[in-house]
Design a protein around this ligand. Structure first.
Ligand SMILES: C[S@@+](CC[C@H](N)C(=O)[O-])C[C@H]1O[C@@H](n2cnc3c(N)ncnc32)[C@H](O)[C@@H]1O
Length: 269
């Protein structure tokens, strides 16, 4: 791909984390849509049937079956080469490419029916880069095309949690219990170390914050935004100011609640 330079600390840390073997394996396990993703796709199904679909941050390919069923021209894109290798192995015959959402120069302007960016992948870049992604997505969409994405919600208590311990599963078998305890202590130490290193590296602006997140043992910096700020960003980038918003269970919401993430479907104006 035309390489986008690593823009800042947020970008650098998240890229490193996504390229780790355990992250690649983690995102290559599933092939089902979340209730919010399924509801969002149902809402636009008729319009996107047979169109070009670009699946940004495709990871290990979880969303491939759910999007390929629309029968159009599907392309999965990820900036982590290791993810593209795994996705291509899991779904032979499906088109994937190494690329960055901030520079979609390999996609012609005005040709895409749906751009999908799931699992809060859009939140892995800082504020200026998020706006670059919105502009690139808007450019490649056909008139009336849709951008469907999830985003962490700034109203959720998740972004203010001080520290989350890993989960512990008790075992009666003493050998198994010892292994689990050892793993728990190691993971707790890794989390605490990362938290101390990264907690102060965030950024904050009008209606958004980039915080050191518990995800991947505090090895991520993730973008949280209010629905009002998200709407304003979309409108400024050439999308309809009133997107459809879904909660995690797939129900329509105004986005003013405290759910951890929101799924947004915005139409190009
Ligand atoms: C949280 S994972 C989700 C993977 C997959 N969509 C899923 O739901 O299982 C986010 C993915 O987005 C990719 N990603 C993050 N920022 C990106 C960007 N600017 N351009 C392309 N891919 C990106 C990461 O490499 C990672 O594979």
């Amino acid at each position: 791909m035309g390489k986008v330079p690593v823009s800042d600390f947020v970008d650098e840390l998240n890229r490193e984390t996504m390229a780790r073997a355990e992250a690649v394996a983690h995102y290559a396990r599933r092939d089902d849509l979340s209730p919010a993703e399924a509801a969002a796709l149902d809402a636009v199904a008729e319009s996107i049937q047979g169109t070009v679909i670009v699946d940004l941050g495709v990871g290990g390919g979880r969303t491939v079956p759910g999007l390929a069923r629309f029968g159009g021209d599907y392309l999965g894109v990820d900036y982590t080469p290791e993810m593209i290798v795994v996705a291509s192995r899991r779904f032979p015959g499906v088109r994937f490419r190494h690329g960055d959402a901030r520079d979609l120069s390999f996609v012609k302007s005005g040709t895409v029916g749906l751009v999908f960016f799931s699992c809060c992948g859009l939140g892995m870049v800082g504020h200026d880069d998020r706006l670059r992604v919105l502009q690139e997505v808007q450019r490649v969409l056909a008139p009336g095309g849709y951008f469907a994405f999830s985003t962490h919600n700034l109203r959720s208590p998740d972004c203010r949690a001080l520290f989350r311990l890993p989960e512990f599963e008790f075992a009666w078998n003493p050998a198994r219990l010892a292994v689990r305890l050892g793993r728990y202590v190691k993971e707790t130490a890794i989390r605490a170390t990362n938290r101390l290193r990264f907690a102060r590296r965030g950024e904050r602006g009008d209606g958004y914050e980039v915080v050191n997140d518990a995800c991947h043992d505090y090895r991520t910096m993730l973008y949280y935004v209010t629905i009002e700020a998200q709407r304003a960003q979309l409108e400024a980038s050439g999308f309809d100011a009133n997107p459809l918003v879904f909660d995690e269970a797939g129900a329509r919401t105004d986005g003013f609640g405290t759910e951890s993430s929101l799924f947004v479907v915005a139409q190009k104006s």
